[in-house]
Design a binder for this molecule. Structure first.
Ligand code: SD4
Length: 337
């Protein structure tokens, strides 16, 4: 049975899958363009609040974007990290891929590059909603001088991503912090589990009619991240990977941990060695779990024939698929091992 063309995306990003599927199936478009159209759809829709502008404010209240596109025909990659003032993150990534010899541009200069090449902006990536979420976070569980006092009973500093030696160092620094306000900038010391609820990348893989395979990602990263933090989204092999000869992978979850394992590179290489997609996905998750038993994350794997599977740890994972045999998007649910 022929499963290709096929579009697969993390989570229930149905609209994004539909747009990408339309592009490869009805219009006979390329896998790369389908991934870009699909992820752009989520950026515009602000899918789950975790893709695109107006979501996951960092410790200083700013939203920044990470995105990547990978062309599995020639292993070309373009990516942006900590993108500010441009909403079209995956379009910016595509510009990096197609108009430079580089792979990854970051921060203000990435925005300037994207603007210079014609993307709309500069745009404010904050919204009333994201600023509200940020102020609620600041106010909740934040005691006076919390920042300056070493956290009593946990290794977690002020924001969920700061560990105690850093807050200690900030103490020495008289509590001067990124936004120039006083020691009140802090949040609950409760850990990552809180941050993870809205921690959802779109990671998408597409196989087009000609068998070309592409994968890409777009995310606004982790809520309350330290300004400047870049996650797994724009790292080839971490949150996505594609190779026409083998297949593709997409990942989502705790990017700070997952990017240490290049789980999508692992999935594709395991399939290259002969593993089926389900085993390859499970193996990639197991490698992380062995070292980080409480990490939260998931991957999907698809081989070049369009056979797909998912694996996850610490949460229930869903991914969405539309292939040549389906009239509509189907959502698959994966239970943690
Ligand atoms: C990150 N991996 O920036 C992204 C967020 C995510 O599911 O995937 N959430 O860490």
């Amino acid at each position: 049975e022929v499963h290709t063309p096929i579009v697969i995306s993390t989570w229930r990003f149905i609209e994004a899958v539909k747009v990408a599927a339309w592009h490869v199936m009805e219009e006979g478009g390329s896998a790369v363009d389908a991934v870009v159209h699909g992820c752009s759809t989520c950026e515009l829709l602000q899918c789950d609040g975790s893709v695109g502008y107006g979501g996951s404010p960092d410790e200083s209240g700013e939203t920044t974007l990470d995105a990547m596109i990978m062309d599995g025909t020639n292993m070309n990659v373009g990516a942006v990290g900590a993108l500010r003032s441009v909403k079209g993150a995956i379009e910016a990534a595509k510009l990096v891929m197609e108009h430079t010899e580089h792979t990854l541009l970051v921060g203000d200069q990435a925005s300037q590059f994207a603007l210079a090449l014609g993307l709309p902006g500069p745009a404010n990536l904050s919204t009333a909603d994201s600023l509200k979420a940020w102020s609620v976070w600041r106010e909740s569980g934040c005691q006076p001088n919390y920042w300056c006092n070493v956290v009593p009973d946990s290794s977690v500093g002020c924001g969920p991503y700061r560990v105690s030696h850093l807050s200690q160092r900030m103490t020495d620094n008289k509590c001067e912090i990124s936004d120039g306000t006083d020691s009140e900038q802090c949040g609950s010391s409760s850990s990552k589990a809180v941050g993870f609820q809205n921690h959802d990348t779109i990671s998408m893989a597409v196989i087009d009619k000609r068998g070309r395979i592409a994968a890409g990602t777009s995310t606004n990263g982790a809520s309350h991240k330290i300004p400047g933090r870049v996650g797994d989204g724009p790292i080839a092999g971490a949150a996505a990977y594609a190779d026409d000869d083998v297949g593709a992978c997409g990942a989502t979850g705790d990017g700070d941990v997952m990017m240490r394992f290049l789980p999508c590179y692992q999935v594709v290489e395991s399939m290259r060695q002969g593993m089926d997609p389900a085993s390859a996905a499970k193996d990639a998750i197991a490698r992380i779990r062995r070292k980080y038993p409480s990490f939260i994350g998931a991957v999907f794997a698809v081989n070049r024939l369009g056979v797909h599977a998912g694996a996850c740890h610490g949460w229930l994972f869903q991914y969405s698929v539309q292939d040549a045999t389906m009239n509509d998007v189907q959502v698959f649910t994966v239970h943690p091992d």
